[in-house]
Design a protein around this ligand. Structure first.
Ligand code: C5P
Length: 422
């Protein structure tokens, strides 16, 4: 099978009880044909229109029909699926399902998965024309759009009642297109070489111990994944990460600040854009003991020496090799002043600031609330968002600034290096 944007993606298809449930069979088949790993969840009423066995036979995977079911490993199935999903598509979505979703009622497997997951959701309603146009339904659809769900409006045509009107489920191929569009961002980084650092560094004390930090690498991984989907060729310089690096990016492992410095300094001159999302330790033990340090009963003094400031070093590179440079600032207080100082001192083009150590802690979380600063001050006012959505917004902004810099032709760093060197 040739690779598509859906290859290997986990897509959950949620089916509710409309006569159009039979079309969800074609939808599941099309998604499987495009290489997606498809899990089907059904509301109880959906199972009266189509048998779960039909979906299980097509997808070669169990079908979730009961919100109170455990899987073979005694895990809660709908939560497992919610976490594993790269995308959720609810088709057909009945008026009742839209109402439940809008109200946060999670009494069945489909609504429970949609509510528990932070994956993007595509909703394809199907119902009688009177139900679709009712203000309650329209209000629910508006609420779902506010949640960020992508709603594919039903089509006009013959309905199950025999009447003609609006309410027919969109064609399965159109629904697949909408799912694919979640993963393809029209080439905004096409032809560009992007380097992203992610995760934390571990500075060795002895063969088994290190000084490290709680960085999970989730933000950097999301940034790398989003750049890949926008057509960039991506190198991920990976420190210690608690998530797997995205597929389709070149991974360079660099778990100490020194190794990360070597990897970044080597990669930077060929990169168009460098996003330094890694939590690099500012200090490392002056000496790492060759042998495991033994307990002696005495206090142990460890001398720490400063690590190289990698991003600042890249910031000082000559213009013809210096990539467009984005740093991160995790601050416990005075975010704006600290971020502005770092932007200036490290020679960055943009800095992404987030507050750590307060009631919400972005470290390790699946969500983040960031503010991006340029030389002119704060540029964004974004709410708390899933990290993947933060990454999308970051690339919209970075791509824009990068292209603007390039068209301004100021001889600065923002030229396509691949093109220049060819
Ligand atoms: O100064 P501070 O560590 O808060 O700066 C954070 C930014 O600098 C991040 O982008 C981080 O990846 C980068 N950094 C670096 N080298 C270091 C420390 C931080 O590149 N030694």
């Amino acid at each position: 099978m040739t690779a598509t944007v859906l290859s290997g993606r986990r897509v959950v298809v949620g089916v509710s009880g409309s006569i159009a449930a039979y079309k969800a069979v074609s939808l599941a088949r099309l998604l499987c044909e495009r290489g997606a790993v498809v899990d089907v969840a059904m509301t109880p009423s959906a199972t009266r229109f189509v048998g779960p066995l039909t979906f299980a036979s097509l997808t070669h995977r169990p079908v979730v029909t009961d919100v109170l079911e455990l899987d073979a490993d005694q895990q809660i199935e709908h939560i497992e699926l919610a976490e594993a999903a790269d995308a959720i598509v609810l088709a057909p979505a009945t008026a009742n399902l839209l109402g439940e979703l809008a109200a946060g009622l999670v009494g069945n497997a489909v609504t429970a998965i949609a509510c528990a997951s932070r994956a993007p959701v595509v909703v394809a309603p199907a119902m009688d024309a009177g139900m679709w146009t009712h203000p309650a339904t329209q209000r629910n659809v508006a609420t779902l759009r506010e949640f960020g769900y992508i709603v594919i409006d039903p089509e006009v045509g013959e309905l199950a009642s025999g009447l003609t009107g609006i309410g027919r489920l969109a064609e399965p191929a159109a629904i697949v297109d909408a799912v694919e569009r979640l993963f393809v961002r029209t080439g905004s980084l096409e032809g560009l070489s992007v380097v992203v650092s992610a995760g934390g560094t571990r500075e060795p004390l002895d063969p088994v111990r290190f000084i490290g930090n709680r960085s999970s690498g989730k933000m950097g991984a999301a940034i790398a994944e989003s750049a890949r989907d926008r057509g960039a060729s991506v190198t991920l310089v990976a420190g210690a990460m608690s998530v797997a690096p995205p597929r389709g990016v070149t991974v360079v492992e660099a778990t100490t600040a020194q190794l990360m410095r070597e990897a970044i300094i080597r990669a930077a001159p060929d990169a168009d854009i460098l996003v330094m999302a890694a939590a690099v330790a500012d200090f490392a033990p002056a000496r790492a003991s060759q042998r495991k340090i033994k307990r002696s009963g005495d206090n142990l003094q460890v001398e720490l020496v400063p690590n190289p400031d990698i991003v600042a070093e890249v910031g000082e590179m000559p213009d013809d090799v210096r990539p467009f440079l984005i740093g991160f600032a995790a601050e416990s207080d005075d975010l704006e002043a600290n971020a502005a100082a770092k932007l200036r001192d490290k020679g960055l083009d943009l800095i992404v600031g987030n507050v750590v150590g307060g009631p919400f802690d972005a470290i390790g979380s699946d969500e983040n609330k960031v503010t991006v600063f340029g030389a002119e001050g704060p540029l964004t006012d974004w709410p708390m968002l899933p990290k993947r959505q933060v990454a999308e917004r970051l690339w919209d902004l970075i791509g824009d600034r990068y292209r603007r810099r390039r068209t301004e032709g100021d001889g600065g760093p923002a030229r396509t290096k691949g093109r220049r060197r060819s």
